[in-house]
Design a binder for this molecule. Sequence first.
Ligand code: 13P
Length: 240
Amino acid sequence: MKKIIAFNFKMNFNYNEVRDYISNIKGKLNNKNIVLCPPTIFLPYFISDEYSLGAQTISEYDNGAHTGETSCSQLKSIGGSYTIIGHSERRQTQEEDDLLINAKVKKALESGLKVILCIGETKEEYDMLRTSKVLKREISNGLKNISTNLLENVIIAYEPIWSIGTGIIPSNDEISKTIDFIIDTTFSTYKFRPIVLYGGSVNEKNIEQLNQIENVSGFLIGGASLDSSKVLKIKEVVEK
Ligand code: 13P
């Protein structure tokens, strides 16, 4: 299976930077398993057949009186096919809880989008050996009451929160064991074997090593997304 590489730009870039970035990547990605997730305001500038387009979050509602939100059908209408849901930054700073995340996952899947559901433990939870407990809860609550045929459009991204933007990464062996746990837990709870991405300080320097982990089906990348030359280097390594 071809690996997925999702680039989460977070709340970065202004209009001029977007224009430069787009001209730098034009004609160079050519892989629909590469998913660019720019800030919502810039999504239309990224419309292209050369890669897939995703949102960083999505509304749990249909269109209507929901000021400031973006709906699944709006995203789809510009050719978007993915959305990230449950990123730790939204869980923490927007106070999104498992219930809301579940509603968003449900709405996105019913709308025909592919969902990248983010899960991961804090440093404190990691130190207290509570990683399995946290991941189990996030999987179980995030995917609750979703019909089995829709689950095949769910991709899980394991992002240890203590690794995001810190340059600290678990060993390959540790990532591999945690991903096995995620696959087994999802299967025993929902009879569905998910594709799992790793995210947290992935860059053009460590990608070669991380890409060797056999049960990792791709990556969710933050900081390195912002430099198109790093994106191209990562793509080259993962596609090898
Ligand atoms: P970094 O790659 O900057 O650590 O961010 C990871 C992330 O949060 C992607 O969603």
